[in-house]
Write a protein that binds this ligand. Structure first.
Ligand code: NAP
Length: 308
């Protein structure tokens, strides 16, 4: 079978750290081009400043991986889908729920695959956590996602702008795991968003949710954490406590702790290849809907200005 000719669009941190090696390590794909306004690209691979340039005069591509900030992703995805090109959307899948729904309808119409990728769902502990929780009664869930924005997002202006999500950019990873491992749907009860006086996006959020069985969830999300960082989800059940730590990489059950190798992006590309080969899409907006609900229903509190 011929490799799927793929272009990476948006050659920033995640494209270089994860997408390039994952594509190089998967024989189902061949890197056909890169697109980025300012990045020089990869030696030996055709490079274009914009997607329109690639589509007008570049090599043929079967798929694109959109690794840009979310605010520009809809138009890029729509241009690709209009030509029947399969689309991999980095998380979050868009800046609004409506634009993602429009892309899904477009993909269905043209028969192309659309993949809203949630990389944290492919962290090593997540699939076994989901399997273990399927048989349990959930009593309480505590999510602690505290990291230092200056370490993880230095100089990323887009993340503080409308549609950039602020602290929900990492927080949505926790929500992608929780919505995947819990046996019942969850919904927002309340949220307090702390927004720096000089920004429009939150730097911290305190949120409560319920599942449809009545279990209470609490989420503590903060970008001002210096020192040790926390990416932990604790689920108390009728059969003891489950803990996912290090963003889902480490799973602790009452029987012990398991730490497997990281394979998030190789697993995402394996999934994308399967979707393309079988003519399907995978677009779950549940994590983005919870974030949208926090903006709809949350209380806003102004906090100290944030300077990079
Ligand atoms: P980033 O380092 O700021 O990179 C984004 C890149 O997008 C920029 O380098 C920019 O390229 C390019 N770009 C902007 N507008 C474009 C356009 N119209 N056409 C083509 N390229 C365009 O951001 P990032 O950290 O990689 O994050 C990108 C996305 O991946 C975000 O949604 C983020 O949530 C997600 N993600 C990030 C991480 C992470 O650890 N950083 C992890 C998982 C997922 P130029 O520099 O050439 O202008």
């Amino acid at each position: 079978m011929d490799p799927i000719r793929i272009a990476i669009v948006g050659m920033g941190k995640i494209a270089r750290d994860q997408h390039l090696p994952a594509i190089a390590g998967n024989r189902a794909f061949g890197l056909a081009a890169t697109v980025s306004p300012h990045d020089p690209g990869v030696e030996g691979v055709p490079h274009f400043a914009g997607l329109d340039d690639l589509l007008a005069s570049g090599p043929a591509v079967d798929a694109v991986a959109l690794c840009t900030p979310p605010q520009v992703r809809h138009d890029l995805a729509s241009s690709a889908l209009a030509r029947g090109i399969h689309v991999f959307l980095e998380k979050p899948p868009g800046a609004t729920l409506g634009e993602v729904a429009a892309l899904q309808a477009q993909a269905d119409k043209v028969g192309a695959s659309l993949f809203a990728a949630w990389h944290s769902r492919f962290a090593a502990g997540v699939a076994p956590a989901r399997a273990w929780l399927a048989e349990r009664t959930i009593e309480r869930v505590t999510i602690t996602w505290r990291e230092d924005v200056r370490v993880w997002h230095p100089g990323q202006a887009w993340i503080w702008e409308p549609g950039g999500l602020g602290v929900f950019d990492p927080g949505i990873n926790a929500l992608s795991i929780v919505t995947h491992i819990l046996p019942r749907p969850i919904f927002l009860r309340g949220a307090k968003l702390e927004i720096p006086a000089n920004r429009v996006a939150p730097i911290a959020a305190d949120m409560t949710f319920s599942d449809t069985g009545g279990a209470a969830l609490h989420m503590d999300l903060d970008w001002r954490q210096t020192g040790p960082q926390s990416w932990d989800i604790v689920v108390e059940t009728d059969a003891g406590t489950l803990k996912l730590s290090q963003g889902g990489a480490v799973l602790t059950l009452p029987t012990g702790t398991d730490h497997a190798e990281d394979h998030e992006y190789p697993a995402l590309y394996a999934r994308f290849a399967t979707l393309i080969r079988t003519g399907r899409s995978d677009v779950d907006v549940a994590p983005l809907r919870l974030v949208a609900d926090a903006f709809l229903r949350g209380t806003r509190v102004t906090t100290n200005p944030f300077v990079d």
